[in-house]
Design a protein around this ligand. Sequence first.
Ligand code: PHE
Ligand code: ZN
Length: 881
Amino acid sequence: MRTDTGQVFKLEDYRPTDYLIPETGLTFRLSPEATRVTAVLTVERRDGIAASVPLVLDGDGLTLGRVAIDGQTLAPTDFFATPDQLTITTPPAAARFQLLIETELAPAHNEALMGLYRSSNVYCTQCEAEGFRRITYFLDRPDILSIYTVRIEAPHHEAPLLLSNGNPAGSGELADGWHYAVWHDPFPKPSYLFALVAGALGKVADSFVTLSGREVELGIFVEPGKERLAGYAMDALKRSMKWDEEAFGREYDLDVFNIVAVSDFNMGAMENKGLNIFNDKYVLADHETATDADFANIEAIIAHEYFHNWTGNRITCRDWFQLCLKEGLTVFRDHEFSADQRSRAVKRIAEVRTLKAHQFPEDQGPLAHPVRPRRYREINNFYTATVYEKGSEVVRMIRTILGAETFRAGMDLYFERHDGEAATIEDFIKVFEDVSGRDLSQFSLWYHQAGTPNLTISSTHNAAAQEFTLEIEQSVPPTPSESRKRLMHIPLAFSLVGADGKAIEYSGVEGASVEDGVIHIRKRRHVVRFSGVAERPAMSLNRGFSAPVTLSVEQKADDQFFLAGHDNDTFSRWQAFNTLLTEVLISAFRQVLDSRQPGFASRLIELAGKIAGDETLEPAYRALALALPSEADIARDIGKNIDPDAIFSAREALTVAIAEANREIFSDLYHRLTDKDAFRPDAASAGRRALRNTLLDYLSLLQGGAALAARHFQSATNMTDRAAALSVLALRHSGSPETVKAVADFEAKYATDPLVMDKWFQIQASVPGPQTIHAVRALTGHPAFSMANPNRVRSLVGTFSSANQTGFHRADGEGYRFFVETVLQVEKRNPQLAARLATALRSWRSLEPARQGMAREALLSIANTENLSADLRDIIERTLA
Ligand code: PHE
Ligand code: ZN
């Protein structure tokens, strides 16, 4: 474990290295306890650098064997080594030399899952961001691009399969039942994209013919016996390859493309060149074990990692401050892919829900940081919703501002200009300025300035003058270490909606530049006057979520209702309905706090029924619209003095009111939606299941609800329906005989399938109320649970602390005490995972005073623990600051 040194890395300190490593040869002699790594590096001194300048290589906890230069073993006086650094004090006079370094590793004991480790007897690696330095000493930074040749040796029976990046370049037998394979990757790459996999795995093989007619061999490697679960992933891969050719003109560049699924992985997946390594949760699926959400995630993540081949690998990042250059852009690309494969409106709604659920609270709390941060203590903690999701929104805004065609021209120029380079955000913005002739300097604040901007908007209509006026004011709230903000360029898509639901034409506009339905807000205040507007329109604002901002709009409830029912754009219709629901839930919350019974306007309740039954709308849309804002969404919009129990009661009351008033519509529709056909994972079928399962959730609150859910559970023919029913039972009828039976049946049926058991843990960790902490504590002792496996920890502990508002924020602070214990326990093995878990308290300051005090105590008790990892200390100290 790398303990904290307090060192802060700053963007302004970036300096190119004195040495380069154009070629890297690696030989691995694999063994669980003592793997020998021989690195042979071709080192080149940059022009103008004196030979006396030492070569300083990064390491992390390494055990050094021999060091040699140009074949000569170095004497101990010629270098200086610690586990974390190797300094060649007097390098040769020649500008180019060969440096050999031997290190010894124990992959079997690597529980941090960074560097070379073992997962279910398979050797695998994870090098992003700084894991390569746990394998050998190196210039372990993304601007050092090297051509790799890798030789792997292992006993044949233990590791029949030997994989690395690039193309295969030889294999053969060795003495004593060992064998070897050589891989050569012709594309220079940074060390974080290095990968190795060795073990006994099953293979699914396929092929893909690229745009220019080259045939690529595709392989997905999984635990033997699970091959048939990789079919959907393979299909998604081929669709991704095709889509990137069509949408971005990007073709694959090696002879092989391999994906390996492993069961111990800190993140979702990793884009290593030609050898993606995946958390098996994002590869393995069939209708019996995976939900529709799992299928959608697999499709998106397979695409995401594949798309990195161009946005990340061919063009990589100059330094880790530029992380969003590859991540934000690649998320944008995978979002577009999914939108094209599925329903665009539904996809956009889901994206916005995720953005608001994860990125908004980050941006509004102590961990707020710009999409391109300027400093960090631990880079692992910057794989955030801000870098990924807001980073994607920023790319989307560039497209909105430039238009699709110019945007594509900019992307083409980006690939042409920077292929083979380690680039920066400035490089990225420049290509769009060059193709469009626009000045994007104010726009680029989206990369540099943290915080969610707010727009306050009001309107007036002057019938006599036929003039409609919008008053728009922008503000960006202060965030940690950025108290003063500059004014931003916010592209606000809008429509003036007439009584027929269609956009009203206006004859002129002044006060802001308005192009293609977008108001370009650049100043603090704009008064935008539309002329030739005879009837008073309803304002549909931030259509398609054109900018990641919050809105404070003065708009009549009548108009909101009208838009929620009639806006001709599906996304905007959802947005209007969601805004109404949020407002209603917030006032219900206030009523609960005043010990009043919350009441709800009947037209809102009726609208819910109308949406449910509106056959002109896609079922998936109806399901999303009927899914009320989550407790966390409501808490975020309230902002301060949060009492999670009151939020829960308010939300429950609205759910019951909607269910009671719409019983017939819901029940009728529920029965009609029963699927009699064989399972298909496509978006339309998934949408019907989603709607039916959402209706079940409502109906479960009525008389006979538990029995209905139990029947749903028993008659389910796929995991989507089964897990949905189990969740309804557990969350709405906790402790009922039906629930107890379903929980036990599910456990008995799936006890040996860890990924399915994750759902079982997750559902039980989500049960609202103060009792759940006891169940969660007990489940940490369940035979299927393990504190060493990130998926298990996230399902049980992560769900409880990040997604169970009433359970985790128990009034007596017991949830927080559990949090401290588990975070510290996990940290001993896996600091990165512990740091992620610890973000569960990032919004502690918005809690009501009593909970706030207890949460602070909990954070302080972690902060006061000695020898904390850099990962955990960074999160805790920023959270408390
Ligand atoms: N680069 C990976 C992705 O977004 C995420 C990742 C980061 C995986 C660090 C592992 C470690 O595709
Ligand atoms: Zn990525």
